[in-house]
Ligand binder design. Structure first.
Ligand SMILES: Nc1ncnc2c1ncn2[C@@H]1O[C@H](COP(=O)(O)OP(=O)(O)O)[C@@H](O)[C@H]1O
Ligand SMILES: N[C@@H](CCC(=O)OP(=O)(O)O)C(=O)O
Length: 359
């Protein structure tokens, strides 16, 4: 295979798994399973992040409009997830391969210990040649507990498991310079670096059954590539797509990975929602932290503690315009920080190894 990956995360969007009439696309799902098996037989670990529970539920039951959208989603996902996973289990069984169901919420990624428990669980599945099939636990995950979408979840899993690549399968060939249906739009084949502003050409529109849309895919892909994981966005409705992507034989969008980040930084990168405290830093500290030199945050560069926190908690570092510039683990609590604001020769509030810069 052209890309020499040892471990990959494959994310399949609802639209890839579903026909336009809302019913599961059995032929396509079977073909994707066959390809995953072929990849696995080459010694590559594959973790599948599959959407499709709500769509599968819709094919089984009709929910009246009188129920609110959250309750309807819970009902559909609860029924649909059974169908989705059964389908996968039967298809993998044909190849004598076991798959497993891993349902998660954002809570599972917050505390470091809980995060490591989940990492251990997925590692033991992989060591036993099982294909983990991960999805959001839509039944209990509502409002603020929700992931933006499964693209975010796939990025978290790829970081957690030190995958070399994440392949996002959707219903278009990748990211275009404009609306994919416009003749003038061109497919972007490669994205490198962090500075691309996708909002100027990616619209917020979504496909029929999708949740996040291409804009969240682009942001998530960029964030994941920054952690050292290659991201491929490709058309899951094309025959042999996974094999063709890995053999670099199909036009799609590839995000070139940066240098690999440490395990702690990968965890921090996805922990913004878990942050408790907010600390404001001055322009000098911002310049030092964002320079190419490894720098820890010293109290001399702190101007204010905007929200309290305890030692060991995740905090957001904001600049004087209140823009979040980094996430870090606090070496001490808010009280001690307030006492040392602006003072020289103090212990860093956040050491460089426990600091993740957002841009
Ligand atoms: N510039 C763009 N390039 C590609 N797709 C785009 C762009 N702008 C908007 N989109 C839309 O994003 C959709 C894919 O996102 P989404 O609906 O979340 O799919 P999925 O269900 O696979 O997660 C495409 O079907 C397309 O209509
Ligand atoms: N967890 C939901 C999918 C949510 C989601 O992100 O969907 P999609 O945009 O199709 O990847 C489900 O299984 O229906």
């Amino acid at each position: 295979m052209s890309f020499n990956y040892k471990r990959i995360v494959v994310k399949i969007g609802s639209n890839v798994l579903t026909q336009s009439n809302g019913l599961p696309d059995q032929h396509r799902i079977a073909s994707l399973v066959d390809q995953i098996v072929a990849i696995k037989k080459q010694g590559i670990d594959v973790i599948l992040v599959s959407s499709g529970a709500v769509a599968a539920g819709r094919s089984l039951i009709t929910v009246s409009d009188k129920f609110d959208a959250i309750a309807a989603r819970q009902l559909l996902a609860s029924i649909g997830q059974v169908k989705l996973i059964n389908n996968y289990a039967q298809l993998f069984e044909r190849h004598d391969i076991l798959c497993s169901q891993v349902l998660v919420t954002t809570e599972d990624f917050k505390g470091r210990q809980h995060y490591l428990n989940m990492q251990n669980c997925l590692e033991i599945l992989l060591q036993h040649q099982v294909i983990p099939i991960v999805n959001e636990n839509d039944v209990v995950s509502v409002t603020e507990l929700m992931f933006t979408d499964n693209d975010e979840l796939a990025g978290l899993i790829a970081s957690m498991l030190n995958a070399q690549a994440m392949i996002i399968l959707t219903n278009v060939d990748g990211i275009y310079t404009g609306n994919p249906n416009d003749e003038d739009s061109e497919l972007i084949k490669e994205v490198s670096g962090n500075g691309v502003d996708f909002s100027s050409f990616v619209t917020t529109g979504k496909s029929q059954f999708g949740r996040g849309g291409m804009i969240t895919k682009s942001h998530m892909a960029q964030k994941t590539a920054k952690l050292g994981i290659a991201v491929h966005i490709a058309n899951g409705t094309k025959e042999y797509i996974l094999l063709d992507v890995l053999n670099n034989q199909v036009p799609h969008t590839r995000f070139i990975p940066d240098k690999t980040a440490s395990g702690k930084k990968k965890w921090l990168a996805h922990s913004e929602k878990a942050a408790t405290g907010i600390v404001q830093v001055n322009a000098g500290a911002k310049a030092a932290l964002t320079s190419s030199k490894a720098t820890s945050l010293l109290p001399v560069g702190i101007v204010d503690v905007l929200t309290d926190f305890k030692k060991g908690e995740i905090i957001k570092l904001v600049d004087e315009q209140q823009k979040v510039i980094a996430l870090g683990i606090a070496e001490y609590g808010a009280d001690k920080t307030k006492e040392s604001i602006g003072h020289k020769n103090q212990k860093p509030l956040v050491y460089y190894d426990y600091l993740y810069l957002l841009s």
